[in-house]
Structure formats: C-alpha cells, structure tokens
Write a protein that binds this ligand. Structure first.
Ligand SMILES: [Zn+2]
Length: 154
C-alpha cells in the first residue's frame, strides 16, 4: 500500500530479507536431512562436520532474523521488552506490561546483521526517494547512519 513511504520500503526490505533467510534455513535443513540419510545408508560416511556447519548457518540466520524483526519494530516506533518480550513504544522507560526498566539505549536503532548492513548500504542514499514533493533535508536529518557502529555491543 504505502510503498511511497520510505519507512514502509525499509520494512519491506527487512521482511524480504527474513523471507530469504527462512528459505536459506529450509535449504540447510533439507541438506542436513539428506546428509543424515546418506550416512544412514552408508555407515562409513562421516558427515558430522558438514551437518554441524549447516547447523551453525541456521543458528546465524535465525540470529539475523531476530535482529531484522527488531529493526522492523524500530521502524514502527516499537521495541521489545527483554524481560517479557512484549512490544512497547520506543519512548517507554519502563515496560508497560511487566515494569522492567529499559536500557538507556533501548530507543536507539538496533544493529543489523552484517550482511543486511551491506545490503542496506547499497541502497542507502535516501536522497533519491521516490517522493519528490518531500523536502530532502528532512529525510537526511533522520538518517541514523553512525548508529550502526556505536551499537555493536548490543
Ligand atoms: Zn516487560
């Protein structure tokens, strides 16, 4: 719908990335299953290493997806309570549901997985938005570029 809204565009790109990651996760699961069966058929095979490396990939892809989900929430003005996982407004200092205190940096942009960072860096120039009526200066002022480096410890 609101494809001209830069936020919606960003969210859509995150959602696409999650879809890609899920497809990659499925592929890894498929390969793991196949290797396991190959080993079952021929006990002289040892596919442990290959299976483990794919399990690592799945774990990393799932981590990336968690980070992407957080970024989507951030674009929507929301953050997750670390304690009860309920969605809160970015401005909340305490969770509305369980009362847990949010970290001071909890309303900052969450750090994205490295792969996605590169991908979004490619499409980074916010200036060429397809919204010619919108003042470009405003879009630039919102750009939290330097955030990605300072947030690595999260
Ligand atoms: Zn909570």
């Amino acid at each position: 719908m609101a494809l001209f809204d830069p936020k919606a565009k960003t969210i859509a790109s995150y959602q696409n990335k999650i879809k890609e990651n899920n497809a990659a996760i499925d592929k890894n699961y498929y390969e793991i299953g196949k290797m396991y069966c190959d080993q079952y058929k021929d006990m002289s095979l040892d596919v442990t290493k290959d299976i483990n490396s794919r399990c690592d990939k799945v774990v990393n892809l799932e981590k990336d997806n968690d980070a992407l989900e957080l970024s989507i929430l951030f674009e929507k003005g929301l953050k997750l309570c670390k304690n009860c996982k309920k969605e809160n407004s970015l401005v909340h200092a305490f969770c509305f549901a369980c009362g847990a205190k949010f970290d001071e940096d909890s309303s900052n942009a969450p750090s994205l997985p490295s792969e996605t960072e590169q991908a979004s860096a490619d499409s980074a120039p916010k200036a060429d938005e397809e919204k010619p009526s919108e003042p470009v200066a405003e879009a630039k002022a919102e750009e939290p570029k330097e955030e990605t480096e300072t947030n690595l410890f999260v």
